[in-house]
Design a protein around this ligand. Sequence first.
Ligand SMILES: Cc1ncc(COP(=O)(O)O)c(C=O)c1O
Length: 424
Amino acid sequence: MDNGPKAMSTFVRGLKCRLCGKTYAGEALNFCTEDFGPLEVDYDYESIGESLSRSKIELRPFTMWRYRELLPIDGEPTVGSQVGGTPLVKANRLAEAIGVENLWLKNDAVNFPTLSFKDRVVSVALSKARELGFKTVGCASTGNLANSVAANSAAAGLEAYIFVPSDLEQTKILGTSIYGAKVIGVTGTYDQVNRLCTQVAFKYGWGFVNINLRAYYAEGSKSVGFEIAEQLGWRTPQHVVVPMAGGSLIGKIQKAFNELHQLGMIAKPACKIYGAQPAGCNPISDMVKNGREQHRPVRKPNTIAKSLAIGDPADGFFAGKVIRDSGGWAEDVTDEEIAESMALLGRTEGIFAETAGGVTLAVARKLIEQGRIPRDEEIVLCITGNGLKTQDAVAGYLERPMIIKPSLEEFEPMVEGYREPALV
Ligand SMILES: Cc1ncc(COP(=O)(O)O)c(C=O)c1O
């Protein structure tokens, strides 16, 4: 093992079990030794409240680290100091297209450095990994996490082992190898990859961001919620739609809103939270829609939204609870609906989101059609990744460029055709 516990910051007491509450020192451990419940970071909110205020936050650079007292590292971030601070776009053209009045897009498709919200969780996990003394890190990934761990490890001088399902999009594999990481394609599902990584993490004593460092890693997602609330003028919207894979991001957005309220920075959140999944891998939405408290794993995910293809989500139970407690709902959508929504987002807002963004928008449209999200209320959609990484998914749904000779006579007859919508 190349890790060892270090002194905790004044704002973090350690870790505690989400089921039985047993406490642990700040170490690289993700489950409770009593009941195998997941661990989460245990903050000293009283000290945070004494030190942090809205005006203090507003004076800091607009990155996720402006909320650093609410993130679990001891010193200054040493990895990903530029991450976060992504735009909250008022999406009026998309709103008109789908028949709602107030719509925003939290656009993490332009996050730095690897164009997805995963840069947030990775900067926390790898900053923590360095504090704990790890020299070698890794992850099990459906693609975006792979890109982010590889890039951020390269910049931090950490050795990285990245495990992915071998049938992942080539762009995501290439966007990992480019950073010099060791990429291992495993012939199996994400859940099989994840089990292998658990064995590797414990055998070799490496820091796996979403395994033994998961409690710290997951906290990075709170910054999406902090930023949404601040960008709306220190308040929450009435509805937020969030894509779900492992089911962690959705819970951390709610946790962020609750923490800001606990610290007196926003009014009591009355925000309904909705989960979005692809129909080809929908363990959490299926659980919610059928009124169950536990998900049934999807053994063989089959969807173009590969980033969301986690059949046995680690935080499925908690995601369901967040959705129920907030008064939200969950839905799932077909590959065709996903691609169609990716194209709609592109042509109305000029945002090229990856398949997960297509899932979020398509689910939002379904919930609006169902009357679950009222058309005159405030809606935020979380766009979590970039479409340049999943181009194949949408290629078949877009019109091919017309090829002409370089003459005006050839172009003129086509002008009328181009006035039709681009979608076939
Ligand atoms: C682009 C994108 N959006 C959303 C998610 C879902 O995040 P979580 O696993 O926290 O539910 C992922 C997970 O890999 C992702 O890659």
